[in-house]
Design a protein around this ligand. Structure first.
Ligand SMILES: NC(=O)c1ccc[n+]([C@@H]2O[C@H](COP(=O)([O-])OP(=O)(O)OC[C@H]3O[C@@H](n4cnc5c(N)ncnc54)[C@H](OP(=O)(O)O)[C@@H]3O)[C@@H](O)[C@H]2O)c1
Length: 288
């Protein structure tokens, strides 16, 4: 199995999951030094999706590929052509842009890229499966951990917007399962957590797990857009704001796909928070 995006949030977990199951894993990394952060059992290949020829060695002899695409879109066709010539099965990490729920229906460049990759793969690769996580539980780390760690009020837009955050470990387990499902062409799986929670309730759940209340304050969307400059591309901030705004007053979209595929219930957001509580704790003192 070849895992692209192996140094990323999800790819790294998929590598670990496959190795735990005794499956030989190839990890595609852009820089050889990154291999040091991966389990030593993974066979590391360097390659860059924006330079399609560079992935050829990793593809030779691979049975299946997990495709994680956060690169610019220009080389999508050339990469898919290479995949089609070398492997029978590709699992694409996509998003629920086809789900008719306002949260997922805001036009944005990421959804457009995912749709394009899905079309290219369907036309060229014998077996394509798509996994579409909703909001990842680990977004809480990126979004709220800095304020929580320093004991500040969490300021965030659209606290009343609901989603059902899915635990990254469940997404990785599904990806590993689907990668190994030879002959099960055409799988299309929208993955959510079990529990609809507003954003403010997610922050409150983190406080419960940490054993201290966390103050939450509504942030105006324009301030969020302004603060996101430099950390996220403007279309990403706009996409998030549009999705949260559009979902106000709607129940969150919840699927049973994780349980259906794994035979175990998906982890709750609280479980994710409990298992990652240390990342929200105070910074250790310098040298301590
Ligand atoms: N966040 C969410 O809630 C959510 C929900 C649904 C779907 N998704 C989708 O999940 C995907 C992101 O997954 P993630 O969070 O695991 O990603 P991530 O942590 O941002 O990691 C991205 C990975 O892609 C690699 N990469 C970037 N550019 C590359 C290139 N040109 N060639 C080869 N590899 C390259 C990175 O390598 P380096 O280490 O070298 O940079 C890294 O390993 C996106 O498609 C996103 O739309 C996210």
């Amino acid at each position: 199995m070849l895992v692209t995006g192996a140094t990323g949030r999800l790819g790294r977990l998929v590598v670990g999951r496959l190795l735990d199951a005794g499956v030989p894993v190839r990890a595609l990394v852009r820089r050889r030094e990154a291999a040091a952060t991966l389990p030593p059992e993974a066979e590391v290949f360097t390659g860059d999706l924006t330079v399609p020829a560079s992935i050829a060695p990793a593809l030779t002899g691979a049975a299946a590929v997990l495709l994680v695409w956060t690169a610019p879109p220009g080389t999508a066709e050339a990469v898919v052509a290479r995949l089609a010539g070398q492997v029978r099965r590709v699992v694409l990490l996509s998003s629920p842009h086809r789900t008719p729920h306002p949260f997922f229906q805001q036009p944005n460049p990421v959804a457009a890229l995912h749709a394009r990759l899905e079309g290219l793969l369907a036309a060229a690769v014998p077996e394509t499966a798509i996994i579409r996580p909703g909001m990842l539980a680990s977004n809480a780390l990126l979004w709220w951990a800095p304020a929580i760690r320093s004991g500040e009020t969490v300021r965030w837009p659209y606290g009343a917007a609901r989603s059902a955050p899915v635990d990254d470990r469940d997404v990785a387990a599904v990806a590993a399962r689907v990668l190994g499902q030879e002959g099960h062409a055409g799988g299309d799986h929208v993955l959510t957590g079990p529990e609809p929670l507003t954003q403010a309730a997610q922050v409150a759940a983190l406080g419960e797990v940490l054993g201290r209340p966390i103050a939450y304050e509504e942030m105006p969307p324009d301030e969020f857009r302004e603060l996101s400059r430099g950390t996220a591309p403007a279309p990403v901030a706009d996409m998030l704001l549009a999705a949260w705004r559009a979902s106000l007053g709607h129940p969150a979209h919840v699927t049973t796909a994780v349980a259906d595929l794994l035979g175990t219930p998906p982890r709750t957001f609280r479980q994710w928070a409990a298992d990652h509580a240390a990342a929200f704790g105070p910074e250790p003192p310098p040298g301590g």
